[in-house]
Design a binder for this molecule. Structure first.
Ligand code: FPP
Length: 238
């Protein structure tokens, strides 16, 4: 592949997939049609990233704040999760992709929890890219749950509070084992983190594109990677 020779492909990419609603509005369609198109983009981008040699792709599918949307929109998104769980499973199998979910899955209806468990279980031995789906995910909520789990281990005598390191704390996060994103992409031009991977993005390079998520494609991805390649990463050093 021509672009692979020229570009340095980041190992870990995270994406805030924004703009589904605006994509639909521009066409006079209901918001859920935007989410439906957005799901098609997710499917395609998983395959593109796996082929480009990305090791970890993390996407923000549903935030802890998204429950505040209308009942109609939330139930539409649940329907999409149901439908796409099956498609994702066969795509993941075809592409040797391992699927993981981060976020608090306990709030989802039981059939969706079962589908997520199945996706993780049946792809766990795949050795290619890891696709991480953030669902009912919030960075603060993740840190809160990690702090609770750590405190409980301290109480049980398994940890020493005064010896807590960043590495140990990271191991209590949902993303345990997933390297911090090298590149964080946000679509649709907004300049916010929106509670996504707050701990993990400490040194991620952020690239914002005006493209709305349903219109995102491999060419846009490659231009984001090109922008990333132009950055000098110093991790706080000089
Ligand atoms: C942001 O667009 C998008 C979301 C809140 C949901 C994103 C979800 C998907 C693309 C579906 C993912 C599904 C699977 C199975 C991985 P917005 O609605 O905030 O857009 P707006 O800012 O233009 O209103």
């Amino acid at each position: 592949m021509e672009e692979k020779k020229k570009l340095n492909i980041p190992s870990s990419i995270a994406i805030i997939m924004d703009g589904n609603g605006r994509w639909a509005k521009k066409r006079g369609l209901p918001r859920n049609m935007g989410h439906r198109e957005g799901c098609k983009t997710v499917e395609q981008i998983i395959e593109d990233c796996a082929r480009l040699g990305v090791d970890y792709l993390t996407v923000y599918a549903f935030s802890t704040e998204n429950w505040k949307r209308s009942e109609d929109e939330v139930s539409g998104l649940m329907q999409l999760f149901r439908y796409y769980a099956g498609r994702l499973l066969s795509r993941a199998k075809d592409n040797n992709v391992r699927v993981r979910m981060i976020g608090d899955r306990s709030r989802f209806p039981q059939d969706i929890i079962d589908a997520i468990n199945k996706l993780e279980g049946e792809t766990n031995d795949n050795t290619g890219m890891t696709f991480v789906m953030a669902a009912n995910y919030g960075g603060r909520d993740e840190i809160r749950r990690a702090a609770m789990a750590f405190a409980s281990d301290v109480k049980a005598g398994k940890q020493e509070a005064s010896e807590l390191t960043e590495e140990t704390f990271s191991s209590y996060l949902d993303t345990c084992g997933v390297p911090d994103p090298d590149l964080l992409i946000r679509t649709s031009g907004e300049l916010r983190l929106s509670n996504f991977l707050l701990w993990q993005c400490a040194y991620s390079e952020i690239v914002i594109t005006d493209v709305l998520w349903p219109d995102f494609n491999k060419d846009v991805l490659l231009s984001c990677i090109e922008e990333f390649n132009g950055r000098k990463r110093r991790f706080g050093g000089v």
